[in-house]
Design a protein around this ligand. Structure first.
Ligand code: MG
Ligand code: ZN
Length: 216
């Protein structure tokens, strides 16, 4: 019985996600769901992306956080419209929260909507938001065994961003082992090697994002 109830909840979320998708499509917005563990660099990636796309694409951001508004404040300070969702301890975003946030954005003035999910590799992947692209941010200090420990987070991704590459010489991270583990799950998802600190590799990520949004 419990399983049945859960299925019902999930399909209600899926239905609302489809409605979100229709609203985004009507406004010609490409929405990207960015997932990661806490501290992998989701907000840093968003700030770097804002910087790189200034004058090339109109961005907006939805910030999912357990409690604070620190990340949304940083985005607004960068001059981009941002809506904060505080999940009140909830460990993932869902389609209801996104529907709410979409109402607070002038979608006709947006090309790309970046959605920073709650930092957690377990359940965000189970909740469709209406996004067009699903991106996972992993980082070098987390270790190369993330795809083995959290395989479901690596399923159905459109891109993987491997952040903090500048730390590779200082930590025990085996890039070949990481890529082997990813390829065992997904043979051709693009993997971008970047450092939000130094800026290395960001241009390839941004070019991909522009291409996915039909802007290049
Ligand atoms: Mg953040
Ligand atoms: Zn959750």
């Amino acid at each position: 019985m419990e399983i049945k109830v859960e299925e019902k909840i999930l399909s209600a979320n899926d239905r609302l996600a489809l409605e979100n998708r229709a609203r985004l499509d009507a406004a010609r917005v490409t929405a990207v769901n960015i997932m990661a563990s806490p501290g992998a660099g989701k907000t840093s990636l968003i700030l770097r992306t804002i910087e790189a796309l200034r004058g090339r694409a109109r961005l907006a951001v939805i910030e999912g956080d357990l409690a604070s508004t620190v990340d949304a404040d940083k985005i607004k300070a960068a001059g981009v419209p941002a809506v904060q969702i505080n999940t009140g301890g909830g460990c993932h975003l869902d389609a209801v929260m996104i529907a709410d946030a979409l109402r607070q954005l002038a979608l006709d003035d947006v090309d790309i909507l970046l959605i920073e999910n709650v930092g957690n590799l377990v359940c965000p992947t189970n909740f469709a938001l209406g996004e067009h692209k699903r991106v996972l941010v992993a980082s070098v200090p987390e270790g190369h065994d993330k795809p083995i420990k959290y395989p479901s987070s690596f399923v159905d991704l459109d891109a993987i961003v491997l952040n903090k590459m500048d730390l590779a010489p200082y930590v025990d991270f085996d890039l070949a082992a990481f890529e082997r583990a990813v390829r065992a799950i997904d043979a051709d998802v693009p993997i971008f090697h970047i450092s939000c600190r130094t800026g290395e590799g960001l241009e390839a990520w941004v070019a991909w994002l522009m291409q996915q949004s039909g802007l290049s």
